[in-house]
Design a protein around this ligand. Sequence first.
Ligand code: AMP
Ligand code: ZN
Length: 114
Amino acid sequence: MENCLFCKIINKEIDSSIVYETDNVLVFKDINPKAPVHFLMVPKKHVKSIMEIEELGYDTIKEMMDMVVKIAKNYELSKDGFRIVTNTGIGAGQSVEHLHFHIMGKRKFGWPPG
Ligand code: AMP
Ligand code: ZN
């Protein structure tokens, strides 16, 4: 998708610090981390938000959920707790209109979120 920041990162037109890459999914470090571990996981196919997630198909959706578990294991996030966030829409603070999951860990998280 033209003019989409995360599509440009996926296409390597913009540099990022890549954590994992498969044919369908990219995980990279958030440029402005809000936790000691703060990754963004995106499908390579452009979909605007979780409201269009069906467009990805079951295999990619499952791959992303499996990827969360793999990251939690590899970075030892689950013992002390970690958080996955998908801001959806302006009111929730979504600033990039390409579906992304924040994966954050290694600090204490409050509830409810702001
Ligand atoms: P959201 O506000 O939920 O849409 O999340 C967008 C996230 O993208 C924010 O946490 C930003 O810090 C992050 N971000 C913006 N530009 C970049 C970039 N060039 N590389 C990595 N992360 C970015
Ligand atoms: Zn995109």
